[in-house]
Structure formats: C-alpha cells, structure tokens
Design a protein around this ligand. Structure first.
Ligand SMILES: NC(=O)c1ccc[n+]([C@@H]2O[C@H](COP(=O)([O-])OP(=O)(O)OC[C@H]3O[C@@H](n4cnc5c(N)ncnc54)[C@H](O)[C@@H]3O)[C@@H](O)[C@H]2O)c1
Length: 362
C-alpha cells in the first residue's frame, strides 16, 4: 500500500511533543514529506526529529501557501496558533487536501461551519485533535455509555485544575489573546469540555457561564471559567476550569453520575479511573495507571492512525469536523453568556472570541 503523504504546517511545541511521535508510530501508514514553519529553525528541528527516528527526512519550507499547491501531498496537519487554523485549513481544503487540525478548529461558529461544509462539498476528510477521547480510561467509560449501562444520566462534571505561569505565556505571546486563542476554557479545557459533552450526549439547550481573570494580568482572556450546561435530554453538565492552581497542575477530573452507574476519571489529565461503580462492579483494572509525562497524553498516536484509516476506508474520522465543533461552540456560548450576563440558548447562530476583546479591561 502507498503511504499517505503528509505536510506538517506549524512545527512548534505540540508538533514536537505529540505529532512527531504520532508520525513515527504510524510510519507504516504515512510519510511526512514537508515540515513547514514560518521560523525555518523550527521546521528544521522537526524534520531532524523524524530523521533521527529513522524516517525519511522531510523537506523544509517556510511558505505554507507553496506547500498547499504541491500535487504530491494528500494530507495537511495544521498545528499553528489557534487563530490561524481557520485560514490555513480553509486554504488546504480548497487545494484539495485532507486536513487534520489541532484544537480548536476555529474561533467562531461561522468559521467552523464553513470548514465542515467545505470538506463535505469537496469530499475530503476533516479531523480535529481531541486526542483525549482515545485515553484508555475514557474509552472504557465510552463503552459503558454506548451500552446504556448508566440508565438515565443525571449529571456530569469536568474539573480542569491546572497552573500556567508567566513563562508559559512569554514563550508564545499569542496564548491568552482573544484574537488568536481565548483563555483557559478555549485552550487548556476544550479537551475536558469535549469529553463532558460527548458523554452526556445529545443537543444542548442552554448554557450559563461566568469567567474571571484572577491572577494573569499579562493575558487578555480568562484564567477561570465555570458553567452550567442544560442538555435537551435532561442531563446537566458542570464545568470548572482554571489555570491558577497554586503552585502547579493538580488534576483534570471527569465525573459521570447516572441512575445505575458512577464513574470518576482523574489523574493529571483524565488518565486514571478513580471510581467505577455499576451493579456487580466496584473496581476497574485502570485504577492504577500512572500519570502521563505531559498533560497531552499519548492520544495523538491512535488519532493519526484513525485519520489515515478514515481516508483509506473512505469513512468519517472518529473525531470529525462536526464532532470537533461541539466543545468549541460550547466554550463560545460560555463566553457569550459571560458577556451578556445571562443564559444563552443553543444553537449559536454565530459568535467569535473577537467579540470578547476588552472584556476584562472595561
Ligand atoms: N491537542 C493538544 O493537546 C494540544 C496541546 C498543545 C497545543 N495544542 C494546539 O496546537 C496549536 C499550536 O500550539 P503550540 O503550543 O504548539 O504553539 P507554538 O507557538 O509552539 O507553535 C505554533 C507554530 O506555528 C508556526 N506558524 C504560525 N503561522 C504559520 C504559518 N503560516 N506557516 C507555518 N507555520 C506557522 C509558528 O511559527 C510556531 O512555530 C494551538 O492551536 C494549540 O491550541 C493542542
């Protein structure tokens, strides 16, 4: 079988930490042909990582527009700053490439809808990196949800209790800006919010949210967010997210409470089952899993595999554009609710992080 030919656009921190590993581990399915970054040194360093792992050395580029015009590339991975995802993903789809885009796929509802529609029109695959859906404990919980083991699900809670210091924002000044990112809800917590909405399931009716910036005066956006989410199926979701925990990351915990089941997955980043209770079951083998080296976990490896298979088998990826939109729409609704100081009803016709500019300075 011919390998799928990939181009990596954006060779920064997550590309080096997780995408390189996923490319190496999926070498039988794909080849990274080009490493592209505005900063040539970053593209070179990414290319060197793959070469050192014994892979064919990717070419280096600093011009993503040229990369997109190459006929020999099947798939484009977009791992630039969040605020550039829409523009580059759109251009890649227009150039006829399948796209795997880092989260969040875009920063407005309108842009997300456009990307989903464009991929559909062009019959191309669009996938989003919500890799925590592949965490083994999360997959175990998902199986119970799909089997209906909880009976009626009453409510669920996501708690992201982390710390991001000044150095983290100094390293990449786009973080924490409304134009390029958003705060702790959009950046660090979309994964957990995605898991919560995925487990509770179905359409959202209404969201009420509050955001604060307690202790990060160097960023425009929030370092604390909380929300109550009412689903049409009657379930309630509770969101607590912060990057202010003293003195370091504490935990990311997802709790699901149903009529006949209780599951709590905690650890540093939803990687360890803490509570597992169903009729006749009160423990699970994944109760003693170690924390991952970083909060990103290892989910990019199965995510890449699934995305390649989706192309080869012509089926939707496990985390498609439609799936990738849901958590981002929910975060945007929390922002809108905070801005308007009232509950927001779904679906959002449109809302963008740009509408939050000046929120904490007024
Ligand atoms: N899935 C996850 O767990 C996870 C974790 C961290 C970051 N992310 C996401 O990944 C994205 C990148 O985050 P990061 O921490 O790696 O940021 P980063 O700043 O380290 O890297 C972004 C890179 O993109 C490059 N770039 C910008 N515009 C470009 C262009 N037009 N062409 C080529 N390269 C370009 C920059 O030069 C930079 O090197 C963000 O959207 C972030 O939300 C996801």
């Amino acid at each position: 079988m011919d390998k799928l030919r990939f181009a990596m656009i954006g060779c920064g921190r997550i590309a080096h930490k997780s995408h390189s590993e996923a490319i190496i581990e999926n070498r039988s399915l794909l080849e990274c042909v080009v490493a592209c970054d505005l900063v040539e040194e970053k593209a070179r360093s990414f290319s060197n990582v793959l070469e050192r792992a014994g892979l064919k050395k990717p070419e280096i580029s600093i011009k993503h527009a040229e990369v997109l015009q190459r006929y020999d590339i099947d798939v484009v991975v977009v791992a630039t700053e969040s605020g550039k995802h829409y523009e580059i993903t759109r251009a890649a789809l227009e150039a006829g490439k399948h796209v795997l885009v880092e989260k969040p796929m875009a920063l407005s509802v309108k842009h997300m809808n456009e990307l989903i529609e464009l991929a559909r029109e062009k019959n191309l695959k669009l996938g989003v990196c919500f890799q925590n859906r592949f965490n083994p404990p999360v997959q175990e919980l998902r199986k119970k949800i799909e089997a209906g083991a909880f009976g009626k699900i009453n409510y669920g809670v996501i708690q992201v209790r982390w710390n991001r210091n000044e150095e983290y924002y100094r390293m990449a000044p786009w973080r924490g800006t409304w134009a390029m990112d958003g705060g702790v809800l959009m950046n660090q917590s979309t994964h957990g919010i995605d898991l919560l909405q995925w487990m509770l399931g179905g359409e959202i009716e209404e969201v009420y949210g509050r955001i604060n910036n307690f202790s990060h005066p160097q960023i425009e956006a929030e370092d604390f967010g909380s929300a109550v989410v009412k689903f049409k199926n009657g379930s309630v979701g509770i969101i607590e997210a912060t990057s202010t925990v003293y003195p370091q990351n504490l935990e990311e915990r997802l709790s699901i409470f149903g009529e006949r089941g209780t599951v709590v997955i905690g650890g540093l980043a939803v990687n360890r089952i803490e509570v597992w209770r169903f009729p006749g079951e009160d423990s699970h083998p994944f109760m003693s899993l170690p924390d991952p080296e970083t909060v990103y976990g290892k989910g990019h490896i199965p995510l890449y595999k699934d995305f390649c298979k989706a192309i080869l088998e012509n089926r939707p990826p496990y985390i498609s554009g439609e799936e990738g939109k849901k958590a981002v729409e929910l975060v945007l609704a929390i922002y809108k609710s905070a801005l308007e100081n009232r509950p927001v009803r779904f679906p959002l016709t449109d809302f963008s992080t740009l509408e939050m500019e000046g929120f904490f300075s007024e």
